[in-house]
Ligand binder design. Structure first.
Ligand SMILES: Nc1nc2c(ncn2[C@@H]2O[C@H](COP(=O)(O)OP(=O)(O)OP(=O)(O)O)[C@@H](O)[C@H]2O)c(=O)[nH]1
Ligand SMILES: [Mg+2]
Length: 366
């Protein structure tokens, strides 16, 4: 039995800002002297998010190869590991952005097995304000219906519903969005947020102090639609080592990112989240592209400071076939390959569709 440790489950669609919020919140709590541990989660194995957390000095363990609900045993083991190693006051657990039904498959098992107290457990769902606006206005989200179903179900089971990235909306647009959100989800605590800094994250930390912040009723969810939605998404993960030749490694990486994004756009592939993490052992930078980013900032900071060898981790979550996304990366590698310019070694590479969700436990009693 875990006594007083807070467990904050963080759900929400791909690219909605979960990792950014957890990093900002962890930094704010650590600055107050609290101990924080993070559990990350994904269908893939080499995760930008886990690596990025650790580069930010935030202790993180990962449940990989499937979502928390389908790997409850691994989730529980990670919780035990982090409890023993760090003795945290607070644990944040970020579920993969294509996962829903967290109340029945994670929150309820935590209670049933007396791993956590109800009053110390919260569930927040993050939404990107720009996508939520389109959704609530009845516009067309850039995904197929089954994928949109996942987005809806995640919102449906939110305890705290975070309308994130509100800095990207004009004040009157935001006011209208918050009115619509409150009308549509009158039973939820709706929290407009900017997750980017340890100052702007404070309203979320304050909300987490309240207890019972999850919708206590498990979802009435169709696994057929949810599973189909997951399978319409494709994952491409790779780790590349880029070594300077006649061209600096950083310049090659910059060109490569531009080429990948251009091909994805030319093929009109809906992007859940395209994440790149660059590291030369001293410096690091995460570069992201999500739906709604009309003018994405793909620029690498201070190109002159990067060392001669850069490791590039790629996590692409898009709506197309696994062959199509793999082909794009392979085309870009082939097109940019010139042995004189740089040496590029593909350390790992895989493309796949998430498996059909099959939870370890599901406590569906209302
Ligand atoms: N402008 C703005 N950008 C934000 C905010 N929060 C997150 N972002 C950006 O949104 C992008 C995605 O953020 P992440 O935190 O990686 O999103 P995520 O939900 O963890 O994504 P997945 O793990 O892939 O599901 C990044 O470019 C962030 O910088 C915010 O409050 N304002
Ligand atoms: Mg994340």
């Amino acid at each position: 039995m875990i006594n007083t440790m807070k467990i904050h489950l963080v759900s929400g669609f791909l690219g909605s800002g979960k990792t950014t919020a957890i990093i900002s919140a962890s930094k704010a709590l650590m600055a107050q002297g609290q101990k924080v541990g993070v559990i990350t989660n994904d269908q893939g194995k080499y995760l930008v998010d886990t690596h990025f957390m650790r580069l930010n000095d935030i202790p993180a363990v990962e449940v990989n190869g499937g979502c928390f609900c389908c790997n409850y045993g691994d989730f529980n083991q990670s919780l035990e590991q982090i409890t023993q190693e760090i003795k945290p006051d607070v644990v944040f657990a970020e579920s993969v952005g294509s996962c829903a039904d967290i109340v029945a498959t994670v929150v309820k098992p935590l209670m049933e097995f007396k791993t956590a107290h109800e009053e110390d457990t919260t569930l927040t769902t993050f939404t990107d304000a720009r996508l939520l606006k389109i959704y609530l206005e009845g516009g067309d989200l850039p995904f197929q219906d089954n994928v949109i179903y996942i987005f809806e179900q995640q919102i449906q089971e939110a305890g705290i519903l975070v309308v994130n990235k509100v800095d990207l909306l004009a004040d009157d647009v935001l006011g209208d969005l918050l009115d619509r959100t409150a009308q549509r989800f009158p039973e939820k605590q709706v929290l407009p947020l900017v997750s980017l800094t340890s100052e702007s994250i404070i309203p979320w930390l304050e909300s987490l102090q309240n207890t019972l912040q999850y919708a206590s009723a498990p979802l009435k969810i169709s696994y057929k639609i949810y599973g189909s939605g997951e399978q319409e998404l494709a994952w491409y993960d790779a780790r590349l080592r880029v070594e300077t030749g006649s061209k600096p490694a950083v310049a090659w990486v910059q060109d490569f990112l531009g080429m990948v994004v251009q091909q994805i756009s030319e093929q009109s592939i809906p992007v859940g989240h395209l994440k790149f993490l660059l590291s030369d052992g001293v410096h690091h930078q995460k570069i992201s592209l999500v739906s709604g980013d009309d003018n994405p900032d793909l620029m690498i900071d201070q190109p002159e400071m990067w060392g001669p060898t850069i490791e590039l981790t790629v996590n692409a979550r898009v709506e197309c076939s696994q062959e199509q996304i793999r082909q794009i990366f392979q085309n870009c590698l082939a097109e940019s390959f010139d042995a004189n310019k740089v040496k590029v070694t593909v350390l790992t590479e895989e493309a796949f569709h998430p498996g059909f969700p099959n939870p370890t436990y599901r406590f569906a009693k209302i």
